[in-house]
Design a protein around this ligand. Sequence first.
Ligand SMILES: *[C@@H]1O[C@H](CO)[C@@H](O)[C@H](O)[C@H]1NC(C)=O
Ligand SMILES: *[C@@H]1O[C@H](CO)[C@@H](O)[C@H](O)[C@H]1NC(C)=O
Ligand SMILES: *[C@@H]1O[C@H](CO)[C@@H](O)[C@H](O)[C@H]1NC(C)=O
Length: 266
Amino acid sequence: MQQLSRAARLILIGAPGVGKGTQTERMMKRYPQLSSISSGDLLRKNVRDRTPLGIAAEAKMKAGVLVPDTMILRLIINELTNRGWLTSDAIRPYMVSYASEAMPNAAGVDEIVMPSDSRASGYEYSDEPSASFILDGFPRTATQASQVDRLFPVNFVVNISTPAEVIMDRICNRWVHEPSGRVYNTTFNPPKVAGKDDVTGDQLTRRHDDNPEVWKARLKGFEETSLPLLEHYDKLGVLWTVKGNSSDEISPKLFREFERRFAASS
Ligand SMILES: *[C@@H]1O[C@H](CO)[C@@H](O)[C@H](O)[C@H]1NC(C)=O
Ligand SMILES: *[C@@H]1O[C@H](CO)[C@@H](O)[C@H](O)[C@H]1NC(C)=O
Ligand SMILES: *[C@@H]1O[C@H](CO)[C@@H](O)[C@H](O)[C@H]1NC(C)=O
């Protein structure tokens, strides 16, 4: 278990299927001071708990429109504020209370505009090692990254680089037995009978995301938005690229670099 010397605020960027979730889990296990701040999880939690923000976001989703960036930012701000990692002395509008009467006009939350100057935003962030987190799901674009910059400086961004054909192979070779979650790999771990689960004999299926056409479309979208995002962080001097064909190849390199930057010398 490795202790950190200062707060790490980190983002992993990589193509769909590259294994960001795997790396996140491994890092959180290895560095107990590191949390995951996932916009998707926060969104689901707020919808479930019927917070004003959750209700407003749900209305957007039901209407088939994207949840606006300002709402996602508020979810993140609220979470960090609740954890005591972000404090605001000046600006009240962002301090959304979870009590519904505090915001009668919940549907209007997306109309609030972020302040344009960074330090004028009135936020202070904690640099305590325990205030370390991996920001997951947001930002996805350079514009969103600029919005995050106004709250706190992200100080380590990892460009996870695996050749597209390697991810593609992995996806095409992966078959699952849904009821049990058993995963087969037609190259390295094939089922005894092609297309059938070893234990039950049930038909194996592909996960929706493992459909090559679905994946190619997602990759294209990722490439378009991630380029400016990577450039944004490259300019800020916090980008680091790691290459590897598998999660097992990437993890040790990632740990080494992360520790070089953040680990407390013991
Ligand atoms: C991120 O990784 C990709 C894939 O290896 C590489 O082509 C690109 O130059 C990297 N981006 C930056 C900004 O370093
Ligand atoms: C199959 O296993 C090999 C070796 O462990 C790995 O490199 C490859 O990514 C795996 N493919 C899938 C689909 O899990
Ligand atoms: C990773 O995959 C690429 C493309 O298949 C291959 O050229 C390269 O040698 C592989 N690297 C390693 C370390 O296995």
